[in-house]
Design a protein around this ligand. Structure first.
Ligand code: HAM
Length: 426
């Protein structure tokens, strides 16, 4: 076995106790916000049939699948949770009471080129609402994101939501550049999602490529790239067909977010389209305002996904909020808890003769729900006290020959240094 084989695969993480405590703290915050918003938690296998994730629009995520064949079946590690959630909804579509609010904390796998905050596995807090067609769902979801950011103490101005609407773009393009090829819209979105990476020129090249999935004329590609430059909703609406439903929805969403008290944290940005082909309506991404990191969170409306899986049409909206990017942001600002261990008690029998009494003391404390380290082996007292200190134990229970003779245990409070005795349990 080579040295490399003994390391975790590149882009994956081992979680040592300190790191796992930090992760659990973050997950605890995710769960707390989910609970505050009335979401129920669900889970699904990390392994799915590959076909659940393969779609034709040329999305990056499909090329990043960890997949393999076993006994004639093609399987893949999930790169995201949404298709699994859709699969679960489809299986019980007749009996689920809508609208439903589900959250999950899946580990997702994508064979990515690694940059800061971008890994080959990450955990993703997902919140999805199924069965609600109006933007009241998006408002509730975006508000939950802000409450999470507040819960982990991110300064209010450090993060913003940029939002737009694929429906608005689609309505605009159906009347213009996609007049004779409306079915190419999803592929067009996948291309324009690359704007940040390859710039307007690069997007125009891909939109006009004869071998590409969109195949626009140069002037039409220019129109699309210019549209993406809108940062003012009114400007974008001016180019949409009159009476545009999508435009009306977007302004309703901005009003609702104002009512939630988040109006100053949301901006319209036509360049947000998202790289996943299934989005159909409002789309949003959460970014650090300094733009040092990749998106912290992304989501939107995907009313057609269930139908593509052979199910009924059920409107849905949701988001995925990764653990890695927010951890970078929190660590930059010194907001990540230090992951220090904490224990209620350390119980130390000086020798084998005192072990039965120590077991009884530890048992009584554990039965009361305390976390107790019953010292194993026969280390020296100095070492036990130093370790108890490092573990942030509240107190140490000492049982030596004299204590045992007196039927007592000596309790030292590590914060104050005070000592007292208690009678040993029977
Ligand atoms: P996504 O934009 O691909 O959307 O991922 C959502 C979030 O997951 C990103 O904003 C980022 O925080 C995190 N993330 C994604 N890939 C990586 C990576 N390679 N390394 C670290 N973090 C990553 C989705 O996955 C959609 N399924 C979200 C959704 C749920 N839409 C509706 N419901």
């Amino acid at each position: 076995m080579s040295k490399n084989d003994l390391q975790a695969p590149r882009g994956t993480r081992d979680f040592y106790p300190e790191e796992l405590r930090q992760r659990e703290w973050l997950f605890g915050c995710f769960r707390e916000i989910g609970r505050r918003y009335g979401f129920e938690e669900v889970d699904a296998p990390v392994l799915e049939h590959e076909e659940l994730f393969t779609r034709k629009a040329g999305e990056e995520i499909v090329g990043q699948l960890y997949h393999f064949e076993l006994h004639g079946r093609r399987l893949a590690l999930r790169p995201e949770m949404t298709p699994s959630i859709a699969r679960m909804v489809r299986a019980r579509a007749g009996s689920l009471r809508l609208p439903l609010r589900w959250m999950s904390l899946p580990q997702c796998w994508r064979y990515e080129r690694m940059t800061r905050g971008r890994r080959r596995e990450h955990y993703q807090w997902n919140m999805d609402i199924w069965g609600e067609a109006s933007v009241t769902a998006e408002a509730e979801l975006i508000s939950a994101v802000f409450d999470l950011l507040d819960r982990v103490d991110v300064p209010r101005d450090d993060v913003k939501v940029r939002l737009s609407s694929r429906a608005l773009l689609e309505e605009t393009l159906r009347g213009t550049v996609l007049r004779d090829r409306p079915e190419r819209f999803a592929a067009l979105c996948v291309v324009i999602d690359k704007l940040d990476k390859i710039g307007g020129g690069g997007v125009a090249d891909l939109l006009t490529a004869t071998s590409g999935a969109v195949g626009l004329e140069a002037s039409d590609a220019k129109f699309v790239v210019e549209w993406l430059g809108h940062r003012n909703l009114a400007d974008a609406v001016r180019q949409a067909p009159s009476g545009s439903a999508a435009a009306e929805e977007l302004s309703r969403l901005f009003d609702l977010l104002e009512a939630y008290g988040h109006g100053d944290r949301v901006v319209f940005d036509a360049s947000v389209v998202r790289g996943l082909a299934y989005y159909t309506g409002v789309v949003f991404e959460v970014f650090d305002t300094a733009r040092e990191l990749r998106a912290i969170c992304g989501g939107g409306r995907y009313d057609g996904l269930l139908e593509t899986l052979g199910g009924p049409r059920i409107p849905a909206a949701g988001f995925g909020f990764g653990d890695a990017v927010i951890a970078e942001l929190l660590s930059d600002r010194g907001l990540l808890p230090d992951g220090a261990r904490s224990l209620d008690a350390v119980v130390f029998p000086f020798g084998d003769e005192q072990r039965a009494a120590a077991v009884a003391v530890a048992g009584a404390l554990r039965a009361r729900g305390q976390s107790v380290d019953l010292v194993l082996g026969r280390p020296k007292l100095k070492r036990v006290l130093a370790d108890a200190d490092r573990a942030n134990a509240a107190c140490v229970y000492l049982i030596g020959p004299d204590e045992l003779t007196r039927g007592e245990v000596l309790i030292r409070d590590l914060a104050t240094g005070e000592q007292r005795t208690e009678t040993l349990p029977d």
